[in-house]
Ligand binder design. Structure first.
Ligand code: CTP
Ligand code: MG
Length: 386
């Protein structure tokens, strides 16, 4: 948000070429979810609680294009051409500061998904401490020191390390002084401020403030903020079989030697069939009859796992995998509890996902209560393969 006499300014540096991303265009113009990284970053700045002057530093030659790009989102943004290094680009931004500004935040457009609240938190911390503030996260990898031959020479004490992000914020005078005094290139602003002896304090960063540097970072951004959001899909299936089949019972993927068999064209495994219907329904791929053909001779007497495995393959082909499955078996027999965990394991292994099975009776009511057959009801959750 812009104001006529802003106390805070945010310089968004977006003039880099994005060599490591290799998108064939400056990184700030790469789109995620239909918006450029620069627009995402500017959107976050506009969401700040405090009114701030917004200065966008962009590749030389792109200033007019960026003014058009930001016309609706941030009409009062100041757009200036950057330099050959990040430091030179920040300097170009500093030259455009409004005279009323007392606090300056410098932000990488490449950290496009930094929440607005992070900017507010940095401003609040500068106001409280009167000194430079940098968001940072603890380092989770173990860090080694190595020599020129890639030999490990030591382990750095991780507890002393912080991975810093942006926006980095400073009282205006201190930041200007630091840039005037700079003799070497630094990769962040805090280094220059520290070099002139001013304290810089770390505040909690945000994992969403990750920097889009490599294609893998862009893929992550697409996953989190892309136009095809990762939505799970839910499905429901039921199946009923009557007792009276030949041989012995197969249910929930298990053989039950002393129990009466269920009747059916296949093995009558109502639990497996209900799961197949739930999975196919969640995927929008039809149902067990339409997909496998209930009277197809290839499936005569087929085990439930044959259908489950074939279903899993179809899901994979559709870019889906099973998140979890929950089934309820309704019937008097078999006494399910003693083999519940075994059944959950067998079916879970086939589907590559957790399967939970509960069993209940109907208090003597209905066909299940009379012991004529069993019913199974399944729900399944599918998630896109990423
Ligand atoms: N930046 C800039 N001017 C430069 C170099 C970098 O404004 N001359 C900005 C980038 O646009 C980015 C931020 O500084 O928002 C952090 O830099 P980095 O992630 O290194 O981006 P690039 O320099 O564009 O990428 P690369 O180093 O892979 O070329
Ligand atoms: Mg760079």
């Amino acid at each position: 948000m812009s104001a006529s006499s802003p106390r805070v300014a945010v310089i968004v540096v977006a003039a880099g070429s994005g060599t490591r991303l290799g998108a064939g265009m400056p990184k700030a113009f790469v789109s995620v979810g239909g918006r450029t990284l620069l627009e995402h970053a500017v959107h976050a700045v506009s969401g700040m609680r405090s009114d701030a002057q917004l200065i966008a530093v962009v590749p030389a030659g792109a200033t007019d294009e960026v003014r058009r790009l930001l016309a609706a989102l941030a009409p009062e943004a100041v757009v200036v051409a950057g330099g050959a290094s990040r430091q030179a680009s920040v300097e170009a931004g500093l030259a455009a500061l409004h005279e009323a500004v007392e606090v300056v935040l410098v932000h990488d457009a490449a950290r496009a998904f930094t929440p607005s609240g992070q900017f507010d938190a940095v401003v609040a911390a500068i106001d409280a401490a009167g000194e430079g503030v940098v968001p940072g996260l603890p380092v989770s990898d173990t860090i080694k020191r190595t020599d020129a031959d890639a030999l490990v020479t030591g382990t750095v004490d991780r507890s002393e390390l912080v991975a810093v992000q942006t926006p980095q914020g400073f009282p205006r005078d201190i930041l200007l002084q630091a840039y005037r005094a700079a003799t070497e290139e630094a990769t962040d602003d805090a280094a220059l401020v520290a070099a002139i002896g001013h304290p810089v304090r770390i505040v909690a960063g945000d994992p969403l403030a990750f920097k889009v540097t490599t294609p893998a970072d862009l893929a992550r951004a697409e996953q989190l903020f892309g136009s095809a959001p990762v939505v799970p899909r839910i499905g429901l299936g039921t199946d009923t079989h009557a007792f009276g089949g030949d041989g012995e019972l197969w249910l929930a993927g298990l053989h039950w030697p002393d129990e009466p068999a269920l009747a059916g064209h296949s093995d009558g495994d109502a639990v497996a069939h209900a799961i197949v219907d739930a999975l196919l329904s969640a995927a929008g791929l039809g149902d067990i009859g339409s997909v496998f053909g209930t009277d197809d001779p290839r499936f005569a007497g087929a085990r439930g796992e044959v259908f489950l495995e074939a279903t899993r393959e179809r899901l994979a082909a559709a870019g889906l995998r099973v998140g979890n499955v929950s089934v309820q078996l309704i019937g008097n027999r078999p006494r399910f509890a003693r083999r519940r965990e075994e059944a959950e394991r067998v079916l879970g292994d086939i589907l590559g996902a957790p399967v939970s099975i509960s069993a209940t009776t109907t208090d003597g009511l209905g066909f299940t209560g009379r012991g004529e057959g069993v019913t199974a009801i399944a729900t399944a959750l599918l998630v896109p393969v990423t």
